[in-house]
Design a binder for this molecule. Structure first.
Ligand SMILES: *Cc1c(COP(=O)(O)O)cnc(C)c1O
Length: 405
């Protein structure tokens, strides 16, 4: 069909035979030319196959891609993903960054990249809970031993073994935000030849920077504050120059890649990260101070509060806090009453995760989330994520919710 249609411009001028419409449809509009300026944001580049000018160039790019960032195949990263990697490296003070489909995948790849059968890893007691599951499901069956150490790091040195290859920290910790002295932990680990990996989702690069404090690898769930809108999953692993190669090699070997659409969304979210965190912090502090004077509340957990056990370290090592505030209800509060409180909230969504613009409430099961620290004698804990809503409205909502206890 379509021999009578005009050929692709250039093909007839060059004397080549006119192409059929079905061929021209495949080649037209691939490289539009235009005059003018540039968009504020980098373009979204979707790709699996990447085309080269010649076989020689293809060969050269394949040879160079082990050591350099080369656009050679979608699974090796796209220009959109590279843009996000650069932004995260800037945020973390890192040599380079890899992107993974979720925060948990980023943690998994960090463990997989640096640990071998026969190695031992020390995991913080305050780790994001699925890390415990990952340790039991994968580390042990694959011959990698692990122990948990106290969230404040006090027993880490005593738990080191000759084959300890990694100390895995999360500071401030999940759920109740324990602080550890990361520079001291890193000095101890490095003296024993172990690497320090830190989960930096809480700090998200603005409020805490593990690489500047001595860690070798920093992992973030970009799902949370970096994306900031509860509509995309992403994990990042940022490393020092010395720690880069094993991570890059393992991610390539396993074909780890992210969608450029998702990378574009996270990059968009990051432009307002610092501004959003300032507002989350201000609102969270207002709510935290109000909660502290409520008789139903035994403890308010937020490292920015002088009553928090990690407050001095927070002052030294953090640039601020975020929207997370947890509260311990009075010991003896029945589980049904906790449910009534959470179910009675009108402005707080009931859901896990956090870091979006909206407020959330979820029960935290501390006895299951900690194995070194004993939580059995304490009251039930509820984690709040304070969003960008008016804090006055949130406090009024909490007031009526706590009344339902
Ligand atoms: C949410 C979270 C993760 C996991 O992120 P996903 O993208 O949900 O897989 C890891 N670490 C911490 C501290 C988190 O809060």
């Amino acid at each position: 069909m379509a021999a009578e249609h005009a050929p692709v411009p250039g093909s007839s001028a060059s004397g080549a035979p006119a192409l059929d419409l079905q061929t021209r449809l495949l080649h037209a509009g691939k490289r539009p030319t235009y005059a003018g300026g540039t968009a504020v944001n980098p373009p979204l580049v979707r790709a699996s196959t990447v085309l080269f000018e010649s076989t020689a160039q293809q060969r050269e790019m394949r040879e160079r891609r082990a050591g350099e960032r080369i656009f050679s195949y979608g699974a090796r990263g796209t220009p959109t993903g590279f843009a996000l990697e650069d932004a995260v490296s800037e945020l973390e003070g890192a040599h380079r960054t890899r992107l993974l489909p979720t925060g948990l995948a980023a943690i998994g790849m960090a463990l997989l990249s640096y640990l071998r059968p026969g190695d031992h890893v020390l995991l913080t007691d305050s780790a994001y809970q699925p890390v415990r599951h990952l340790a039991g499901q994968w580390l042990r069956p694959y011959g990698i031993e692990y122990d948990f150490f106290a969230a404040d790091g006090s027993d880490a040195q005593a738990r080191m073994r000759p084959n300890t290859r990694m100390v895995y920290a999360e500071c401030p910790g999940s759920l109740v935000y324990e602080m550890c002295d990361l520079p001291a932990l890193a000095a101890m680990a490095h003296a024993r030849g172990a690497l320090v990996v830190a989960d930096n989702t809480w700090g998200s690069g603005c409020q805490y920077r593990p690489l500047a404090l001595g860690a070798d690898v920093s992992v973030m769930a970009a799902t949370k504050y970096l994306s900031g809108h509860s509509d995309v999953m992403m994990g990042t692993v940022a490393t020092t120059e010395a720690a880069w190669e094993p991570l890059a090699a393992r991610c390539d070997a396993f074909g780890m890649a992210v969608s450029p659409d998702d990378a574009w969304l996270v990059l968009r979210g990051m432009r307002s990260l610092a501004a959003r965190l300032q507002m989350h912090e201000a609102h969270a502090l207002e709510v935290a101070h109000w909660l502290q004077q409520h008789p139903a509340v035994a403890t308010v957990f937020c490292p920015a509060l002088p009553t928090h056990p990690g407050h001095a370290l927070w002052l030294r090592d953090c640039q601020g806090t975020n929207g997370l505030v947890s509260l311990e209800l009075q010991p003896g509060t029945a589980e049904a009453a906790v449910d009534r409180f959470i179910d009675g909230l009108r402005l707080f969504g009931i859901g896990a995760s956090w870091g979006g613009y909206e407020s959330l409430a979820t029960a935290a099961h501390m006895a299951q989330a900690r194995s070194v620290t004993d939580w059995s004698a304490r009251g039930p804990v509820v984690r709040l994520h304070i969003g960008l809503e008016s804090p006055r409205d949130l406090i009024a909502d909490l007031e009526q919710g706590l009344a339902a206890l």
